[in-house]
Design a protein around this ligand. Structure first.
Ligand SMILES: *Cc1c(COP(=O)(O)O)cnc(C)c1O
Length: 420
């Protein structure tokens, strides 16, 4: 099936007499006939037991997202940050390190550079555009993963997935790609060699700003028995001595994430959130195409304005990442644009405060056009040095183009320009 059809039909197929629409199973627990049956579930959780780590509504959405990305399994989380956290903790323990592109989401930089460091896990940031030989210098004997964002938030750099997959695999570690901005409609990182995909489903996947969530998807292709990941192979004492690779084969990563990490951390979404996410997923392909069209028109408009010193949108032929975008995002570069206003921080803030249609919100990838000033919001915690490394300037505005009519979006931007 094509992705439009998968978005509507994967994950839930009603049987005779069952509801046409995915039901919200608002129950934390499930009944069983015997104590023995429950005992067996504690050895091998093959049925729903408890909502800290599995629920039928969420399960249907997990199956849909796995199908959209072309993976063997998925696990939803209560936020994108929770997905990022668990994707790393499933591979790294205290004393390990991993490598991440420097141009990633500011919240993820905090998580990786500050919070994980307190847990004894070191993140080494690299310039994603550097030559493979440069990037290889960041590997240590304890390196367990490589991480990057398909389309970085908000730097909008395009991640060379094939280059990083080759480097990661040469060092026997998996490549994790945060595919939030692209969504599986515009890019499927597994087709380029990524092993694990994560998303903040809070963004385009939901798209209506009604639920916060995340997801981890497993390609099922990485060889966890290569000697680098004993936790996947050796018996898990906290789970009756199960060996994840022996018991679950290609699903070892995603099942270990659920059985160890979701069981212990419990950052699982509510059934109602999964229901809302599913509604968003049903229309994702139609929305993504319109975002791409509206954003491309807006980017061209901005490029022609004398009060704009630079426009960053990989869909523009003038963009540094245009070639990579044509390879990884051939159908379009999503709806987020960043641009710099002449006059720096002060003018950028003034411009934003004169917009009427575009909402000034701490969000992105919404159905409604919205704007944000990264230097004073999402990236506020970063030092000036980190800001530069993340590709952020004081005059930079992140514009998330919505699905309003393009004429109204551009008319609103004109109001901002008239004020500066
Ligand atoms: C928003 C975002 C996150 C964090 O997701 P939350 O759902 O806000 O926790 C992670 N990565 C990227 C690329 C994002 O845009």
């Amino acid at each position: 099936m094509k992705i439009e059809t998968k978005c509507l039909h994967e994950g839930y197929t009603p049987k005779n007499g069952e509801p046409r629409v995915l039901p919200i199973v608002q129950s934390t627990t499930y009944c069983f006939d015997s104590t023995e049956h429950i005992a067996q579930l504690f050895d091998m959780p093959t049925e729903f037991m408890y909502s800290r780590f599995a629920n039928p509504t969420v399960d249907a959405v997990e199956k849909k997202i796995a199908a959209l990305e072309g993976g063997v399994g998925a696990m939803c989380t209560s936020s994108g940050q929770a997905a990022n956290l668990l994707s790393i903790l499933n591979l790294c323990s205290a004393g390990d390190s991993f490598i991440a592109a420097a141009t990633i989401y500011g919240g993820t930089i905090n998580l990786f550079a500050v919070t994980l460091k307190k847990l004894g896990i070191e993140c080494i940031f690299v310039d994603a555009d550097a030559a493979p030989e440069e990037i290889e210098k960041a590997f240590r004997p304890n390196t367990k993963a490589v991480f990057g964002e398909t389309l970085a938030n908000p730097a909008l750099t395009v991640f060379d997935i094939e280059k990083f997959a080759a480097i990661a695999h040469a060092h026997k570690v998996p490549l994790i790609v945060d595919n939030t901005f692209a969504t599986p409609v515009l890019c499927r990182p597994f087709e380029f060699g990524a092993d694990i995909v994560v998303h903040s489903t809070t963004k385009y996947m939901d798209g209506h700003a009604v639920q916060g969530g995340g997801v981890i998807v497993d390609s099922g292709k990485f060889d966890w028995t290569n000697g680098n990941f004993p936790d996947f192979v050796e018996p898990d004492e906290s789970y009756h001595g199960v060996s994840y690779t022996k018991a679950f084969g290609p699903m070892a990563y995603i099942i270990k994430a659920r059985m160890q990490l979701m069981r212990d951390f419990g950052c699982y979404p509510a059934a109602n959130s999964a229901f809302l996410l599913n509604l968003g997923l049903e229309t994702l392909p139609v929305r993504m195409r319109q975002y791409c069209t509206n954003a491309m028109d807006t980017a061209k408009f901005l490029e022609g304005n004398s009060k704009v010193t630079s426009v960053n949108y990989p869909g523009l032929p003038s963009n540094k990442y245009h070639k990579l975008a044509k390879k990884y995002l051939p159908e379009g570069c999503s709806g987020v644009i960043s641009f710099n206003i002449a006059g720096g921080r002060e003018m950028a803030v003034k411009f934003m405060d004169h917009l009427e249609l575009a909402s000034n919100v701490v969000h992105v990838a919404d159905i409604r056009t919205c704007v944000l000033h990264p230097a004073s919001a999402t990236h506020r915690q970063l030092t000036d040095e980190q800001l530069v490394a993340a590709g952020i300037d004081g005059g930079m505005i992140r514009l998330s183009v919505g699905l309003e009519h393009i004429d109204d979006i551009l008319a609103d931007l004109e109001k901002g320009f008239a004020a500066i």
